[in-house]
Design a binder for this molecule. Structure first.
Ligand code: FUC
Length: 768
C-alpha cells in the first residue's frame, strides 16, 4: 500500500503549477471517446471538451432540446413504440481544425479545474505554446472558448459548427456570415406524420458561434466554416436555444430561439472574454466554495486522473480522490441545475446520443430524487430550484394529460419515467412517486426553516398528497392500513405452477402493502404532520392523519431476520436486486434508525448484507448513504471504494469512467450526485429530533477507517445549521457550528451527547 503523506508533506511536494488533487481532473492525452471528455455547464447549456490537437471537438447540449409530447406513451412495455416520451437530444458539435504542425504536440495536458469551472488544454509545437480555455457562463448564457498562442500571429484555425445527427431527420445545414456560424432546425416529421409517432414534436432550435480574432484575418467560407489566419489570440462564443417554454398551458412552447441566441452572443461580445471569465468564476465560486472536504493525499493523488483511478482500483490508497469525487458531484449539480432551468436529467445535462439509455429522462423511483440528495446537505439549496418548479409543473400537467389513470380527486400521480413536456413512457405507474418527490419540498424547509417556502410551496403538496393517500389506504385482515396496489421497484414475487415464489425483474403485479409504499406513506404522513404543526394549519386533518399513521402496517421482520420487502415473507436471501426500495425508511426516510428502532435497523442491515454492496452505480451510491445511516463507517467506506471501480470508456461495468462520470452501466449521473450525498451523510446527520424539538447534530456518524484524519467545511444540517469539522485518528478534534435559526440542538459524537442553545446568527466552537 502507498504511504499516506500528511497535508503538510503534500504541499511541500506539490510544485507551484501542480493542480490541487482534490479539485482537478487532468490527463496527458486528448479524449478519444465522449466518456473521456470533460464537462462544463451553465445550468442550461452543457459542453464536453475533448481537448484534441490538431482538432478540438466541443460537443454541446441545451437542456430543453427534447423530442416527444405531453402524452402517455401507449404500448407501455415496448418503449419507443409511439415515441410520445421522446428523448433528450444532442444539440451539436463545434470543431476547431488546426494546421498540420499541431499533429505532434509536446508537453500536452488537459484539465478541468472544479474550483473555477474552466477546462484548459495546453501544449507546445513549433516553438509556440498553445492554450485553450473553455467554460460555460451562467450569468452570460454562453459557452466561451479562448485560444492563445505564445507567439504573435501564430494562431491559425478553422471553426466548424454542426447540427447533431438524429436519424431519420437530416441535420440542418450550417451557414457562415462574417464572424458567425449558425444552424436552425425543427423536429418536423421527415415523412407525412405517422398517426402515432409523436416523437417529432415540431420543436424549433437554433445554435450560433461567433469568432472574434485579435490580429490576423478572419473569413467566412462557402462551406459554412469560418477561418482565422495568423491571429495572436481568438475568442469564440457559442449559444444554443429552442422554442421550449416551461408552461403546460402553452403546450410547452414559447418564442423562437434565434433572438435568445443572438441576445446572448451580442451581450457576451460586448463584455469580452476576460469580463465573462471573471463573472463566471465569481458566480461559480459563490456556490462551489461553500463546502470543502480535505482528505489526505498520497503519492497516487498526483497521477493523471485516469491513471490515478486505475491505481486506486488496483488497491492503492487515495483519500484525496474520494474527496475529488465528492467535489465533482457538487460541481456537476452547479453545472446542470440552476434556478429557472430544468432539473438535472438522467445524464445531468450531457448527452451525445439521439437514443440515450432510458431517454435520459426523469425517472422517479430513485434517479431524479438521488440527483438532488446532495443539494441541501452540501450547501447548494438554490440548485434544487429546477426540481421544485418541475414537480409543480408535473402536478399541473397531469390534469391536462388525456390518460385516465392519472385522474385523482386530490393530489397527483406520476409515472416512473417522464419527459419535460408533461409526457411519460407509459411504463410503470408509480403511485408513491409524488409522495417521494414531495419530501424534497419538506426537506428544503427542514434545512432552511423558511416558513414562506413551507406555506406556499411545500405545504400544498404535502396536504393534497396526504389526503390522496388517506383516501387510497384500505384495511387488511388485521385492521392495519395498507396501500392496495403497492410495488417494490423494480421486481416482484411471482408464484410458479409448483407453488414456489420467484422474484421476477420488472414485475408489476399489484402487491398490497409492499414495504416501499408503506414506508413512503409513513414518511409523507410524518412530513405533513410536522409541516401542519409548524404552520398551525389544519388541526382536524392532522389529527386524522396521525391516527391513520398509527394504523399503517409498519416494517416487518421476516424468517431470516430480514426487513421484509413485501407484506408476505417471501424475500430470497440470494436476491441481489439493485433497488433498496424496502429500506427507504433508513434513507432517504427516517422511520428506521439505530437509536429509535434498533431491531428494524438490524433487520435492514441483514437485508442489505444479503443484497451485497455492489450492483449498479446508483445502487452503490444509495448503499453509501444507507450504511452511513446505520452508522457503519467501515461498510460505507467499502462501498465508496466499489463505486470508484475504474471503468474504461467503452467497457460496460458499474463504477467510475475516465472522466469520473458514474457508470450504471451505461453512464448515468445519479451515482455522481448520490455519492456526494452519501459522503455528506457519513460526516454529518441531522434527521432526528427529540420530543421537545431539539435537533440532533450527529457529527462524524460513519467515518471509515480509511479517513483517519481530515476536515470539512460548510456542510448544512436541518434547522439552519452550517458546520465545519476537523478530525484526527478517527476522532473529532473540533467543530464550528453556526445557527441561522436559533433552534436548540444536541451534539452527538459516538455515544456522547451535549445539549446546546445558540441564539440565531451565533457560532459555537465545540471542542470535544
Ligand atoms: C430505474 C432503474 C434502472 C435505471 C433506470 C433509469 O428504472 O431500475 O436501473 O437506473 O431507472
Amino acid at each position: 500500500m502507498t504511504p499516506i503523506f500528511l497535508f503538510a508533506t503534500h504541499s511541500v511536494l506539490a510544485a507551484a503549477s501542480e493542480p490541487d488533487p482534490a479539485h482537478t481532473l487532468w490527463y496527458e492525452q486528448p479524449a478519444g471517446q465522449w466518456l473521456e471528455a470533460l464537462p462544463v455547464g451553465n445550468g442550461r447549456m452543457g459542453a464536453m471538451v475533448f481537448g484534441g490537437a490538431p482538432g478540438e471537438r466541443i460537443q454541446f447540449n441545451e437542456q430543453t432540446l427534447w423530442t416527444g409530447t405531453n402524452r402517455t406513451q401507449t404500448g407501455a412495455d415496448t418503449p419507443g413504440s409511439d415515441g410520445a416520451m421522446g428523448a433528450y437530444q444532442p444539440f451539436g458539435d463545434l470543431y476547431l481544425d488546426f494546421p498540420e504542425e499541431h499533429r505532434a504536440p509536446a508537453d500536452y495536458r488537459r484539465e478541468l479545474d472544479l474550483a473555477t469551472g474552466v477546462a484548459k488544454t495546453t501544449y507546445r509545437t513549433g516553438g509556440v505554446e498553445f492554450t485553450r480555455e473553455v467554460f460555460a457562463s451562467h450569468p452570460d448564457g454562453v459557452v466561451a472558448i479562448r485560444l492563445n498562442a505564445s507567439k504573435p500571429g501564430a494562431l491559425t484555425f478553422t471553426v466548424r459548427l454542426r447540427d447533431a445527427n438524429r436519424p431519420p431527420l437530416k441535420p440542418a445545414g450550417t451557414k457562415a456570415a462574417g464572424d458567425t456560424l449558425s444552424f436552425s432546425g425543427r423536429f418536423d416529421p421527415p415523412e407525412p406524420e405517422k398517426p402515432n409517432d409523436y416523437r417529432w414534436n415540431g420543436m424549433a432550435y437554433h445554435a450560433a458561434a461567433r469568432v472574434l480574432n485579435d490580429g490576423g484575418d478572419i473569413q467566412a467560407n462557402p462551406d459554412g466554416s469560418v477561418s482565422v489566419t495568423g491571429a495572436d489570440s481568438a475568442t469564440i462564443f457559442l449559444s444554443a436555444a429552442t422554442d421550449y417554454a416551461p408552461d403546460p398551458a402553452k403546450n410547452y412552447r414559447g418564442g423562437p430561439p434565434e433572438p435568445k441566441v443572438e441576445a446572448a452572443l451580442a451581450g457576451a461580445g460586448k463584455r469580452g472574454f476576460d469580463q465573462l471569465k471573471a463573472g463566471h468564476i465569481a458566480d461559480h465560486q459563490s456556490l462551489y466554495n461553500r463546502a470543502r472536504l480535505e482528505l489526505a493525499a498520497t503519492e497516487a493523488s498526483h497521477l493523471p486522473t485516469d491513471k490515478r483511478l486505475a491505481a486506486y482500483t488496483g488497491g492503492g490508497a487515495d483519500p484525496a480522490l474520494e474527496a475529488l469525487l465528492f467535489h465533482y458531484g457538487r460541481y456537476l449539480l452547479i453545472a446542470s441545475s440552476r434556478p429557472g432551468g430544468l432539473p438535472a436529467n438522467l445524464q445531468g445535462l450531457w448527452n451525445d446520443n439521439p437514443n440515450p439509455a432510458w431517454y435520459s429522462g426523469y425517472t422517479t423511483n430513485i434517479n431524479i430524487e438521488m440527483n438532488y440528495w446532495p443539494a441541501e446537505p452540501t450547501n447548494l439549496a438554490e440548485c434544487a430550484g429546477p426540481l421544485f418548479d418541475w414537480i409543480d409543473r408535473v402536478a399541473a400537467a397531469q390534469k391536462l394529460n388525456p390518460d385516465p389513470r392519472l385522474r385523482t380527486e386530490t393530489g397527483w400521480i406520476i409515472y416512473s419515467t417522464n419527459n419535460p413536456l408533461g409526457g411519460n413512457s407509459g411504463w410503470a405507474m408509480h403511485l408513491p412517486g409524488s409522495a417521494w418527490l414531495s419530501r424534497h419540498f419538506f426537506e428544503a424547509w427542514a434545512f432552511s426553516g423558511d416558513r414562506e417556502f413551507l406555506a406556499t410551496r411545500a405545504y400544498p403538496h404535502l396536504r393534497s398528497l396526504a389526503e390522496m393517500w388517506d383516501a387510497r389506504l384500505v384495511e387488511d385482515e388485521n385492521g392495519r392500513l395498507i396501500t392496495p396496489d403497492g410495488w417494490s421497484p423494480e421486481h416482484g414475487p411471482v408464484r410458479q405452477a409448483d407453488g414456489s415464489i420467484v422474484l421476477k425483474e420488472g414485475d408489476r403485479t399489484p402487491q398490497p402493502g409492499a414495504s416501499y409504499d408503506q414506508q413512503i406513506v409513513w414518511d409523507l404522513f410524518t412530513n405533513f404532520i410536522e409541516a401542519s404543526t409548524a404552520l398551525g394549519a389544519d388541526p382536524g386533518l392532522r389529527a386524522r392523519i396521525s391516527e391513520r399513521r398509527q394504523k399503517l402496517l409498519g416494517p416487518q421482520i421476516g424468517s431470516w431476520g430480514q426487513l421484509q420487502e413485501w407484506k408476505e415473507d417471501v424475500d430470497d436471501p440470494k436476491n441481489q436486486h439493485r433497488h433498496l426500495s424496502h429500506v427507504f425508511g433508513v434513507f432517504p426516510g427516517r422511520q428506521i434508525t439505530p437509536g429509535e428502532t434498533p431491531e428494524f435497523a438490524r433487520a435492514a442491515q441483514t437485508s442489505m448484507d444479503a443484497r451485497g454492496d455492489r450492483a449498479t452505480g446508483w445502487s452503490r451510491a444509495w448503499k453509501i448513504a444507507l450504511w452511513a445511516r446505520l452508522e457503519n463507517g467501515s461498510r460505507a467506506g467499502d462501498v465508496v471504494r466499489s463505486l470508484l471501480d475504474f471503468v474504461p470508456a467503452g467497457k460496460r461495468a458499474a463504477g467510475t469512467l475516465p472522466n469520473l462520470f458514474g457508470s450504471h452501466p451505461p453512464f448515468q449521473m445519479d451515482s455522481n450526485f448520490g455519492y456526494t450525498a452519501g459522503v455528506a451523510e457519513m460526516l454529518l446527520q441531522s434527521h432526528r429530533t427529540d420530543a421537545a424539538g431539539r435537533r440532533e447534530l450527529h457529527l462524524l456518524p460513519a467515518l471509515p477507517p480509511s479517513w483517519p484524519s481530515g476536515s470539512v467545511t460548510g456542510l448544512r444540517a436541518r434547522d439552519g445549521f452550517t458546520i465545519d469539522m476537523t478530525w484526527a485518528e478517527g476522532k473529532l478534534t473540533s467543530a464550528r457550528i453556526v445557527s441561522a435559526n436559533g433552534t436548540p440542538f444536541r451534539i452527538r459524537t459516538g455515544n456522547k451527547t451535549s445539549d446546546q442553545n445558540l441564539p440565531a446568527g451565533e457560532t459555537l466552537n465545540f471542542n470535544p
